[in-house]
Design a protein around this ligand. Structure first.
Ligand code: AMP
Ligand code: MG
Length: 370
């Protein structure tokens, strides 16, 4: 039985109101403070509330309530072996889920919180096993978004919040994305406009005096270097396109799709923009010849006349591309694009997280053009 999802419109967002008509939504346009109070009360009663963070929208539930956490996995269709990140609004809340952090963790918290850095800490025994998928460590972060912080503070407990999408789909960066995926399955959605960062947090663990990056994000290896003796990537995260491409056939486990559009995404990389764009053009013509509906995502204003739809999803600036990535992939889905041809970003540290998401979203369909 679908439930009616409350949608708190905390700012006048016509897009959400005008496009949520076919969904089981009850729009509540009330002052932000009241919206937060209502949402926080539902969280403390075991409800599921989607809320904005600076990275992507999160699907929140009490990190201490096993029943609510089970509902999160069900609503998203998320496999239970994939642990959730707990979100806190102040350092005192850490004490409810994790052991006292070591010096490196403390320095990282001072430097990067609130912000897009999730840190693995030894979990306390009272925390429901489902939060960490039975692991001994819990990932924790303090989000840098006023609505998220106010909601968690009001709820008064750590809030588990995976991305508020159906598992496998591109993460949501607007309230409307959440409505499309989860209306009727969750109790409420707090609208807070578009997310500033646009991709998920950097996830790290600390092993003695070394930081290991488990998932790249806006906070890069370079950013973390001053805080540890060494900063390494988890071995499964190969750096650079060449490494990814070379590794894909040998490591099929890495090929599983995530953040993925419905259509087949192909990402083209290369030093020469001209050569990359002519390969994109050939791929486009091939797709058209077999009658596919196509979409093209570019980094400049070059026009692909054969495309059913085209968008310049950003320039080469990593910040813009991160902000736009999931929205662009979701538009491809809305348009029912069957083949998506994207121009990939430069292969450097700033774009590492983007390349990681593109690798997963494309199932490894990277084409390097010489
Ligand atoms: P999402 O909630 O969709 O942003 O995904 C959270 C991701 O954080 C998971 O897929 C894991 O990769 C990582 N993560 C969360 N908790 C842990 C943990 N306890 N140990 C290792 N990785 C974790
Ligand atoms: Mg996710």
């Amino acid at each position: 039985m679908p439930i009616v999802t409350k949608l708190w419109v905390t700012q006048l967002d016509h897009d959400v109101r005008d496009n949520s008509g076919t969904h089981p939504i009850e729009v509540r346009q009330i002052p932000t403070e009241q919206a937060i109070a209502q949402a926080a009360e539902m969280l403390s009663e075991g409800g599921l509330i989607a809320f904005p963070t600076e990275t992507v929208y999160g699907l929140g539930a009490s990190a201490l309530d096993a029943h609510a956490l089970t509902r999160v996995f069900e609503a998203k269709g998320r496999p239970q072996d994939n642990p959730l990140i707990a979100h806190i609004s102040d350092l005192q809340q850490l004490g409810q889920i994790a052991q006292v952090p070591n010096t490196i963790a403390q320095r990282l918290m001072e430097a990067f919180w609130p912000g897009p850095l999730s840190i693995l800490l030894p979990v306390l025994s009272n925390v429901p096993k489902i939060l960490t998928a039975g692991l001994d460590y819990v990932a924790v972060r303090m989000p840098d978004h006023p609505l998220a912080l106010a909601l968690i503070a009001k709820a008064g407990m750590p809030i588990a919040a995976p991305s508020a999408n159906v598992s496998g789909k591109p993460s949501p960066t607007t309230a409307l994305h959440v409505v499309g995926d989860l209306a009727g399955r969750i109790d409420g959605i707090l609208d807070g406009g578009s997310c500033e960062v646009g991709i998920e947090s950097t996830v790290i663990e600390i092993v003695e005096d070394t930081i290991v990056i488990l998932r790249p994000g806006k906070i890069t290896r370079q950013d973390l270097l001053p805080y540890a003796k060494a900063v390494l990537f988890d071995p499964y995260l190969k750096q650079g396109i060449e490494a990814h491409t070379a590794m894909t056939p040998r490591a099929p486990g890495q090929k599983y799709r995530h953040y993925a559009p419905q259509g087949q995404l192909n990402v083209f990389f290369g030093e020469s923009v001209h050569n990359v764009q002519s390969m994109m053009q050939s791929a486009l013509i091939q797709a058209k010849q077999v009658g596919k509906k196509t979409a093209v995502l570019t980094l400049d204003a070059h026009v692909f006349t054969h495309a059913d739809w085209q968008q310049q999803w950003g320039d080469e600036k990593a910040e813009t591309l991160m902000q736009q990535l999931y929205g662009a992939l979701r538009t491809c889905d809305d348009l029912r694009s069957e083949v998506i041809i994207a121009q990939g970003p430069p292969d450097d540290e700033q774009h590492h997280a983007l390349i990681n998401r593109l690798l997963k979203a494309s199932g490894g369909n990277f084409i390097t053009v010489s």
